[in-house]
Design a protein around this ligand. Structure first.
Ligand code: B1M
Length: 210
């Protein structure tokens, strides 16, 4: 069995070369790509999150870890993309207004892409109106909203409200996710669904887009 500790530690230390070496080692020993992401890469990032919270790590170090994690994900990505190449539907994804966290959102987007959806990733700090424009322009079936801050959760409600005002609410499913989000919150703001992680988001989208 592959020992993920060294890979997680490399993410924590923001050591790109070591992340690359350990990810390649895992790939060569046929470790499940999703386990490499979840246990090794995200496992490390979770520790970073805990240390950041107690001021044991600071922004520049967190960014180095995030960069190392993303680099690892890029190495694993081609293995996930090998499956289905059909277009199952279009998902517009973005982190809501005021929020600059993009790691989880990008992971969700990547997983959707790898399972056959066309993903239009708008990036971070996306205003409700921008989601509406993108949904119209790309004929999107799903709007996927990510938020990591309790303060920006409210932008999710504004986005749902603007979709109603602009008359597109019946044409598009809206899903929400991110660390502070719950099913209860999703119900309160009138979203169509909530997922706690990237795999859950894929499952949810496949239920909503038939
Ligand atoms: Co920020 N940050 N941060 N941060 N940051 C958190 C979120 C925080 C919990 C840290 C803490 O204090 N413990 C805290 C929020 C507190 C709160 O609101 N309750 C916080 C804060 C306060 C801030 C600042 C305000 C700090 C400051 O400046 N004083 C500031 C805000 C900037 C802004 O957005 N306006 C800030 C800045 C930053 C950095 C720039 C340094 C960096 C972001 C870099 C980047 O994204 N490019 C950063 C980071 C990295 C974090 C932590 C440490 C890690 C987040 C992460 O990437 N996790 C985070 C602490 C933590 O979460 N433990 C923290 C890994 C990622 C894979 O997980 O994003 O949760 P996550 O995504 C998961 C699920 O949530 C889910 O699936 C993903 C995969 O499993 N998911 C979805 C996400 N989106 C989804 C959408 C879906 C479905 C599922 O459907 C649509």
């Amino acid at each position: 069995m592959f020992d993920f500790t060294e890979l997680s530690n490399a993410v924590i230390e923001g050591d790109n070369a070591q992340v690359q070496a350990k990810v390649n080692e895992a790939i060569n020993t046929k470790v499940d790509p999703l386990e490499i992401i979840n246990q090794g890469l995200i496992g490390g990032m979770n520790v970073v999150g805990q240390r950041f919270k107690v001021n044991d790590m600071f922004v520049p170090e967190v960014l180095m870890s995030a960069r190392a994690m993303n680099m690892g994900i890029e190495l694993v990505k081609p293995l996930l993309a090998g499956g289905e190449m059909t277009n199952k539907g279009t998902v517009i994804i973005g982190t809501v207004k005021g929020d600059l966290h993009d790691i989880g959102k990008s992971l969700v987007g990547m997983m959707l892409e790898c399972t056959g959806y066309k993903v239009v990733d708008l990036g971070v700090d996306i205003a409700p109106e921008e989601f509406v424009v993108a949904a119209r322009e790309n004929n999107g079936q799903v709007l996927a909203l990510s938020a990591l801050l309790t303060t920006t959760m409210l932008s999710m409600k504004s986005t749902v409200d603007v979709c109603v005002e602009e008359g597109i609410r019946n044409n598009v499913k809206i899903i929400v996710g991110g660390a502070p989000i719950t099913q209860e919150f999703a119900d309160q703001i009138g979203a169509d669904g909530y997922a706690g992680d990237a795999a859950g988001a894929v499952e949810l989208v496949s239920k909503l887009v038939t």
